[in-house]
Design a protein around this ligand. Sequence first.
Ligand SMILES: Cc1ncc(COP(=O)(O)O)c(C=O)c1O
Length: 393
Amino acid sequence: MLEDLDVEQLRADTAGCEQSIFFNNAGASLQPRAVVARVIEHLRLEEQKGGYEAADLVAGEIEGLYGSVARLLHCAPEEIALQENATRAWEMAFYSLPFAPGDRIVTFANEYASNYIALLQVARRTGAEICVVDSDVAGEVDLAALQKVLDDRVKLIALTHVPTNGGLVQPAAHVGALARQAGIPFLLDACQSTGQMHLDVDALGCDMLCATGRKYLRGPRGTGFLYVRRAMLARMEPPLLDLRAATWVAQGKFEVRDDAKKFETWESAAATRLGFGVAIEYALTIGLDNIERRVQALAAQLREQLGEVKGVTVQDLGRVRCGLVTFTHERHSAGEVMQGLKANGIAVRTIERSSTRIDMERRHLEELVRASVHYYNTEAEVARFCSVLQAIQ
Ligand SMILES: Cc1ncc(COP(=O)(O)O)c(C=O)c1O
């Protein structure tokens, strides 16, 4: 286990650690005290000064958030659009791309429901086809199968880096390399991976990436961002525009801005954005490599110990696995397990088939229990989790 993280200090920074064994970090993680304090401080300022006047006072700090996201992803601040969640970020990118009859959109079995619903809608509207590439024996993208389908008809590759229903980390950089080779735009849903592992958009080879604030980044709810590679920006027309995204330059004319802010709206919640900035800086200070190692080690320990709990089957796929650990129980529904754990002060979540329907149907899974660990969780919590689970018989 990693010794260079001061877990005691990280726990002291996290008020919620005192309340429960919190294994729902893939749902919405516990926020550090400093994040919550920044949000509240700004709400107080708005109370005193008014929303616009308060915003004027923190304009520099809000602008700094673009720099924080850019350092997280190793890109330029101009390539970042702040959004309210990962879904809207993904959609702003996706719906900006033109599709015509016969075009193909390549995706994979674990694509998230909201993304897939959008694919279905656009396929219905435009006559484009969705092509779901097979997974290999480990449950990862079958790269050879992917390479075979990449021809002139393919106008987009859409991949979820870490699916909502398990520990699998998709080989996104390999997919990105194939996308680049074929000259096809690559949209990566990094909603579950951001904040729990090192991400570099050049190494990943993605042209667009979306993420949310509340999961592994430990930010406030209602925050997120979209990254769009500079070279892609000119090729994308946002599906919705307002007076931030564009300027009304003459009565019959508007001009869309040329940076990623063209995907934003003028109105936003300054308080949560300030908190989001604190959360990102907090993660950067700990170091994403350190976070990744500790999260992976704790999750591996959890999987191993779950293997010894009677009636439990770990359902995670992939060669590389992350902090999301999913399992089924042979005698209890996922909801019963969640309630049993809750009664013992342990937070987990259930996952329904419809969140990642293609993968769940292929594996004949109706539902799962998802326990997702973060760096501030402990080995003792993992052991306690398994002993409580063992007692739910
Ligand atoms: C893989 C994946 N993508 C996207 C989302 C949607 O994120 P948000 O709720 O922030 O829009 C989720 C949420 O769980 C997710 O797991």
